[in-house]
Design a protein around this ligand. Sequence first.
Ligand SMILES: Nc1nc2c(ncn2[C@@H]2O[C@H](COP(=O)(O)OP(=O)(O)OP(=O)(O)O)[C@@H](O)[C@H]2O)c(=O)[nH]1
Ligand SMILES: [Mg+2]
Length: 294
Amino acid sequence: MGFQSGSIAVVGKPNVGKSTLVNELIGQKLSITSHRPQTTRHRINAIDTQANYQMVFVDTPGIHIGNNKAINSYMNRAASSSFNDVDMIIWIVEIFKWTKEDARVMEHLNKVDIPVILCINKIDKLESADKMFPFLETLNEKFKATEVFPLSAFERKDTQKLRKLILKYLPEQDAIYDEDYITDRSQKFVISEFIREKLMRNLSNELPYDITVEIEKLELDGKMYRIAARIFVDKASQKSIVIGQNGGMLKKIGMESRLSIEGFLDAKVFLELWVKVRQGWSDDKRALASLGYD
Ligand SMILES: Nc1nc2c(ncn2[C@@H]2O[C@H](COP(=O)(O)OP(=O)(O)OP(=O)(O)O)[C@@H](O)[C@H]2O)c(=O)[nH]1
Ligand SMILES: [Mg+2]
């Protein structure tokens, strides 16, 4: 067998563990995750190059129903467009959590003609493995997947097995990306996402997910990066939540963001954060485009 290479879209409804699985598969934190649905907003390619293969995982926003804001249609489009231009698909369903949104994803899958690995995630939540069989059976009646693979995205031995399964279907062809690439996205993009992750994790219940981050400065100063980022919120009340009492929340978000950016850039970082109100950005196509949602 020669060199194998291909792209694998990771799809599913929100919050099933797509981004967690992608990070585990490439062995590096690249895509942001949180316990809130609709964390991922943009497609991102995560690339794993080994001696005999290259896997390009396409992490996608969760496909969802029930909101007609411009940003929601943007996210659904970003996800569904990836069904067509990849070599195979990993479809994630959470164990025991089948909903209308899973059925929506299945409608897209019914139209494709490439291998689909159906991953049943979060099985670490089960007390015993045999509890999952009835659920697997009903799924099997709904959809004939190429492979069905129950796993926990947190379990290294599971993700290693999944990698072997992917290799079974990965086409024999040259690498798509140079071996030193880990993503198709810019440094600025990844950094802005890391900051958004800390916002989502720290402000989960108080804040709608209408928040976005723009990097205004990214400069290498000797061995240190100087970064300035602006956080856009929809309302003045949200701005005070992000800043927190005596600026405490913004400070915490800044500190956590800096640590994860330092891990990504492998260098010291000086990070400045600003908060700005930009009313209605999430339902305004022009504002969306200016913030990178195009
Ligand atoms: N118990 C358990 N939790 C998991 C597992 N995989 C992911 N999670 C958790 O599920 C939540 C959602 O994970 P994400 O990876 O952000 O999910 P996603 O599908 O990318 O979500 P969206 O980007 O919003 O569509 C996080 O709190 C994860 O820690 C798993 O195998 N077991
Ligand atoms: Mg995600």
